[in-house]
Design a protein around this ligand. Structure first.
Ligand SMILES: [Zn+2]
Length: 180
């Protein structure tokens, strides 16, 4: 494993589950780990990262990527990275000193644009696991996009019910329907 390891993909692809699994493994291995998540994401729980299977692990709430510098650890785990402010310099600097990172986040917004600092992160990562979801329209296992079924009012809409994972083909179909 490299210094910067990223689990990415659309909604419901199992990113958080992978992060929790890896954090639990490293904890068993006796590593000094710290787990973080953005304050904005309180969908499941305030101070825990909870995956869709109900697995959870305690996490520290942060707003800015640079907040992690205040905490000493060998390994830093960050969930929902796309919602964090700040820039990637913090992670580059810490990784150069031998710190390891496991980070999960949505690569793309519902408009299929790089989400927050995820583009910067992916370009700097040593290891990327790009995951897919089951398309909620055609049920093939090749969903790479998150489609927003609601009319969007702000920049970030947290809460999953309005987002569905879809494949590229179904995304185009849904977009045509929506823009009718
Ligand atoms: Zn589909």
């Amino acid at each position: 494993m490299g210094n910067i390891n990223v689990f990415s993909g659309p909604m419901k692809c199992g990113k958080s589950q992978r992060l929790i699994d890896e954090a639990k493994r490293q904890k068993i291995a006796g590593k000094n780990i710290k787990i973080f998540k953005p304050l904005i994401d309180n969908r499941f729980s305030e101070n825990n990262i909870v995956d869709r299977n109900g697995n959870s692990i305690e996490a520290l709430n942060i707003n800015n990527i640079s907040d992690i510098e205040k905490y000493d650890a060998d390994m830093y785990f960050i969930d929902e990275f796309q919602f964090l402010d700040g820039n990637i310099d913090t992670i580059q600097k810490m990784a150069s000193k031998g710190k390891k990172f496991y980070i999960s986040g949505l690569n793309l917004t519902a408009e299929r644009r790089p989400f927050g600092k995820m583009g910067d992160l992916l370009c700097n990562a040593d290891n990327i696991q790009m995951m897919t979801s089951i398309c909620e329209c055609c049920h093939n296992d090749n969903a790479i996009y998150s489609f927003c079924t609601a009319e969007k009012t702000g920049d970030i809409l947290v809460g999953d019910s309005v987002y569905i994972p879809v494949c590229a083909n179904c995304y185009e179909k849904l977009l045509l329907e929506k823009n009718k």
